[in-house]
Ligand binder design. Structure first.
Ligand SMILES: [Fe+2]
Length: 181
């Protein structure tokens, strides 16, 4: 039942992503999905992994995402727009701008259950949850695993190859970060 819930949503997102006005269409599908946010949150809660790719082709990549509030994953780019629909808890997008020799913190954006937001192709964010685990869908406007993209060293902003190994190795504890004080 839960698996069907996510598969149905992924199917609807795929249709939207293949349509001419795909950015608005994906957003509309995700906003409509919020009427089933409890079912979708339950389905994402039951998955074995915190991040699961449901689908990818040249038009979109669809991932389920669970984050915990004590760990902040390192700043990274996507090189494409991303829509974030949170179904339970709240995600925190910790936003940065690259400047010569450093990363400048540009503020934190809270995305609560029921919200749908989009980050543009130039966005750099670190990511965590607010005060309980967050459950969400992220829809990227292209083939995320096919593009070469970077993580950024927290202080210097130096580029680091994006691999899942580096992504997890560079995580920080929220209590150690000035961005949350
Ligand atoms: Fe991201």
């Amino acid at each position: 039942m839960e698996k069907q819930t996510l598969e149905e949503l992924a199917g609807t997102i795929r249709e939207a992503a293949a349509s001419p006005d795909h950015t608005a269409a994906i957003r509309a599908v995700l906003q409509a999905s919020q009427s089933r946010k409890e079912d979708l949150a339950d389905a994402i809660a039951k998955l074995d992994e915190d991040e699961v790719m449901l689908f990818e082709d040249e038009t979109c990549s669809i991932w389920t995402c669970r984050y915990n509030s004590d760990v902040v994953f390192a700043p990274h780019e996507h090189c494409m727009g991303v829509h974030i629909a949170v179904y339970r808890g709240a995600e925190v997008e910790v936003l940065y701008k690259r400047e010569p020799g450093k990363l400048r913190h540009g503020g934190n954006r809270l995305v609560r259950a029921g919200d749908v937001v989009r980050l543009g192709p130039d966005a750099i964010h670190a990511i965590t949850a607010d005060d309980e685990q967050s459950l969400a869908i992220h829809v990227y406007e292209g083939p995320l695993t096919q593009v070469q993209r970077s993580l950024f060293e927290w202080t210097t902003g130096e580029e680091v190859e994006f691999t899942m190994e580096n992504f997890h190795a560079m995580a920080r504890r929220k209590v150690d970060m000035t961005e949350f004080n």
